[in-house]
Structure formats: C-alpha cells, structure tokens
Design a protein around this ligand. Sequence first.
Ligand SMILES: *[C@@H]1O[C@H](CO)[C@@H](O)[C@H](O)[C@H]1NC(C)=O
Ligand SMILES: *[C@@H]1O[C@H](CO)[C@@H](O)[C@H](O)[C@H]1NC(C)=O
Length: 401
Amino acid sequence: MDSKILTALSCCLLLFILAECQKEKLSKATEKKVTKELKAHEPKFSTVVSKKLKQGAPKLPKKNSLKPTTAPRQGQQSPSILTQAVAKGQFQKVPSTLVLTAGKTLDLRCKGKAVRWRYPAYLEDDEVERRLRIKHFEKHSQLIVINTTAADTGEYSCWSFQCRDSECRDGEDRLGKTFVFFTDPQELFVPTEDYYEVIQLRTNHPTLLPCQVTNPLAKVTLHREFPPEKVIVDGIDISYDVKRGFMIHRPRPSHAGSLFCMANVHGVRQISTKYMLIYVNYPSSVPKPAIRASVSSIRVGDNFNVTCTVFGEPEIAVDFTWEYPGQQIGRPPYVREHTDLVRRGGQVRQESESILYVDEVRPVDDGLYSCMAENLQGTATVSTRVHVLPVTLSPKKAKSG
Ligand SMILES: *[C@@H]1O[C@H](CO)[C@@H](O)[C@H](O)[C@H]1NC(C)=O
Ligand SMILES: *[C@@H]1O[C@H](CO)[C@@H](O)[C@H](O)[C@H]1NC(C)=O
C-alpha cells in the first residue's frame, strides 16, 4: 500500500516537474501579456477609481463589505497606541487596514516607554533591512519603511512593556496593530521566492494556502491545475481571507494536487505561486497503547511473550520500540508486528500490535518490559514487570554443589 502511494506520488511529481518546465515558458509569455494588458488598463484604472471615489462610498460595495469582516474590535476600550504620520508633524490613528501605494513611505508611531515592533518576516532580511528603520524615543517609538514594495504587505504591530522598578512585562492591553496593503499593479500577489510550495494537508488540521494579495479589492479565486478547474470556495470547507489566503478547514484526500490562486483587479489577472498539496493521514491524538505479558512470573528455561496493542484510526502508522532487561547483554530481540482492521463499538478501528518473544528465559530477563508506541502526534509508553523465579536449589543439588 505504502509503496504504491509512493510510486504514484513520485509519478505525480515527475509529471508536475515536466509540466512546470513548460509552464515556466508559458508564464513568461503571460507575464508579458499581463504587463501589456496592464498598460492598456492603467489610465482607465485610475480614472475609474477616482470617479468612484468622488461618487461616494456606496459605489464601492466591495470595500464596504470588506470592512466589517476584517476590522478586529480593537481600540474600543482604550485608545490605540499606534498612529501614522499623514503629513509633517501630523499624526492620525491607524485604521485596522491601511492601503498604500508601493513606493510610498510607511511611517508609524507607537506610544509607550519600552516599545516592541512586529512586522512582516520578509523585512527581517538583512538586505531588505536597510529600508526599515526603528527609532526609540523617550515616550514613543517610530517605525519607518522607505521605498516600500508589494512584498512589505502584512501586519504591523507594536506593544509597550510596562516597567515597574526593574520588572518588565508585556502590556497586553497596550497593543496596536494594522494590516498594510502596498498596492502594485504589477504584483497582485505578495511576491514569494519559491516558484512552488509543498504543503502538507493533515487530517483534522486546517491548512492555509498563503496566496496573499497586495490589494484588498482583488477578486481572488482558487484553481486546480490538473485537471484544470476552479475550486469551489463555499466559506465552510474552504474560505478566503484577504489578509491571509485560502484556508482549507477540513482537508480531505481529494483536496490534494497542484493548486494556485488567481487575482483579478479591474480586469488584470495574475496567478500566484503554485501550491503542491500532499495529503497526510494525520492521527487525532498520540497512541494509547496497552501492554500485557503472557505471564507475570516465569521459571528459567521457559518461554513467554509481551504484547503491546494500540487501537486507533485506520491508515495511521504506529511504530513500536521495546525496552527490556535483556537488552543490556544483547539478548536478541524477537518481535512480531501486525495490523488489522477491527470493529469496536460500531466503529472500524485499526488494531496495531507488537509482540516481544522471550525464549528460554534466563535470570537476566527479570524486570521491566516497556513498549513505546509512536505516531505523528507523539509517543506513549506502557510497561509491565515480569519476575523470573529464582532457581530453587533442591537439598540434593545444594549438597552436590
Ligand atoms: C530608495 O529609493 C531611492 C530612489 O529610487 C534610492 O536613491 C535609494 O537608494 C533607495 N534607498 C534604499 C535604502 O533602498
Ligand atoms: C505467548 O505465550 C503464551 C505462553 O506463555 C502462549 O500461550 C501464547 O500463545 C503466546 N502468544 C503468542 C502471540 O505467541
């Protein structure tokens, strides 16, 4: 079964890589096309936007419908500590979402004595860091990003430490944050270094496809590469968050494959990085093994065995390891393992069992037998003790010995 899956997977990967090589050429061509299209649209784009803006907010339903879902209830109890420079010496409270044109300077100010900042991981890069400046003052801290790019899109937050005497702690109530979109008509998606990304889809684990847009007005759809089709985003199984990407809430094997996102802003379309989704049967919990020795005490020379059993979800691999007294002197381990599907309480469960055989018992076999059962969630250990009965010396033997 496992080898079949592996073969299938490697075939997929090969096909995928072959396809990628062709795609790369194709995408270069489309890139050019997109740029061309863009140029044709550029003047329209700006006039449409400004017209709409002049006509007032109701004409921008997308922006309006976006706000309630993306604006966290922040700064309602206490005034935000985060402000933004709007002109020289002029500051304004920062909304939960900021939209700036790439190239502009981001200038944020955070009130507090010992301020910490958090910003997109991309800005932590050494080469990029020259564009990021943080200055601490007595009562506030300033974060400036110059020559911004679409890649700077993300959450910016700050919090101040509350220090009394020599003790400092995070002032949780004093948190300011904003999500900044740096729009760039050439980069509808926040650029990433990788042409494709491998993502594990784990049973019961929500999975994020981080195709993050640089414009909150982008219309984003999800697509499968082979066979080419649009993936249904119903908001329940799969949902979209303009600040994060697509979330697959309950991954299933059918979700696996090569997917990508497509963004559309005023007729200009771009596709994201490809996401190679691989489904992994993931256990919901660590194994719960049970251990049983065929005997609790045994005579030298006899045989016994210890059985370690795990009942769990089907298709979930469980690995067993044993620790036993004879190990130190290199008693050869003699272990047999098997898995079966069994019905328990009306449910199909997988029974995984490991049996340790101890033949021709010696005094050294006396002691604790431990079985460690491991799956992708973790390891659990169970133990049992087996007594090797002391050799009872008969009076005859005692005399002759
Ligand atoms: C920012 O952009 C200007 C103009 O393009 C350039 O001269 C300057 O070196 C850039 N600064 C950094 C830190 O990249
Ligand atoms: C384990 O040993 C007992 C005797 O001690 C034997 O009856 C039993 O069949 C053994 N179990 C297995 C699985 O071999």
